[in-house]
Design a protein around this ligand. Structure first.
Ligand SMILES: [Zn+2]
Ligand SMILES: [Zn+2]
Length: 250
């Protein structure tokens, strides 16, 4: 399976990542990535950029080195009501919003509260991707989250870094989550969660993971840049993504 989209990457702007946007784009082009989401951490994360960074992403060309750029954010779920660390005015400048639970921002509580926070973020219509949901630091009701993801049209991320450098012990939860997403006819997205250009578009662990699981490739949306773009366009965003259609002729 060839992966055309990396839906989760960081640049130096995140404060604890090491490559520039230009370096990430070059790495993506070299790996045959067609759509690259630039998703630096939301403003609540220590070291993350000011919200002006996200509002000004319109200065980034839509296409660089033949790679379509998605202006994004990895927003923080800041409470168990599912609120994010960006407001409407910032969000309307963005093509893709990931939402995550991060320990520096929200203290782990109970499975019920984590689940409430995630489902309410999904139901708000403000997010496109629920990122690294297999993190054992934040146990969730997998069945309910998978059901909500399908219902509210939110992609569930399988995060390549969760199998390598981050969030140890994620595998079992990721497998249960993927299985439930498959059963509820939801969609998975692969994110490298690269914090250095070297890892942009690298999905060896994700690919081995779905192979082991026997997960249907057609429910992994990153296999097709065209499908991914179409998914975003159905989400009623103010951003005009039509320029990216030229990447997928015919
Ligand atoms: Zn994260
Ligand atoms: Zn990340």
């Amino acid at each position: 399976m060839h992966i055309e989209v990396d839906s989760h990457t960081h640049t130096v702007a995140s404060g604890h990542a090491y490559s520039t946007l230009a370096e990430n784009v070059q790495a993506a082009a070299a790996r045959g990535i067609k759509l690259l989401a630039i998703t630096d951490h939301g403003p609540a994360m220590p070291g993350a950029p000011h919200f002006w960074f996200f509002k000004n992403m319109r200065v980034i060309p839509r296409i660089m080195h033949g790679v379509g750029i998605l202006r994004g954010i990895e927003a923080n779920i800041v409470n168990f009501k599912g609120e994010l660390d960006i407001d409407h005015d910032t969000r309307r400048h963005l093509d893709i919003v990931l939402a995550s639970l991060h320990e520096p921002i929200i203290t782990p509580a109970t499975k019920t509260l984590h689940t409430d926070g995630v489902i309410q973020a999904m139901a708000s219509g403000h997010i496109d991707v629920f990122a690294h949901g297999g993190n054992p630091a934040f146990p969730i009701d997998i069945e309910e989250v998978a059901k909500a993801a399908a219902r509210y049209k939110v992609l569930v991320e399988i995060n390549n870094s969760s199998f390598t450098t981050s969030r140890p012990g994620s595998e079992k939860n990721c497998a249960a989550l993927a299985e439930a997403v498959g059963r509820h006819n939801g969609l998975l997205t692969f994110g490298s969660d690269a914090h250095i250009a070297d890892k942009v578009g690298v999905f060896a662990e994700c690919l081995a993971f779905i192979k082991n699981l026997g997960f249907p490739e057609k429910q992994v949306i990153n296999g097709s840049g065209r499908s991914f773009l179409h998914f975003l366009q159905t989400k009623n965003k103010p951003a005009d993504l039509s320029e990216l259609e030229s990447l997928f002729p015919g």
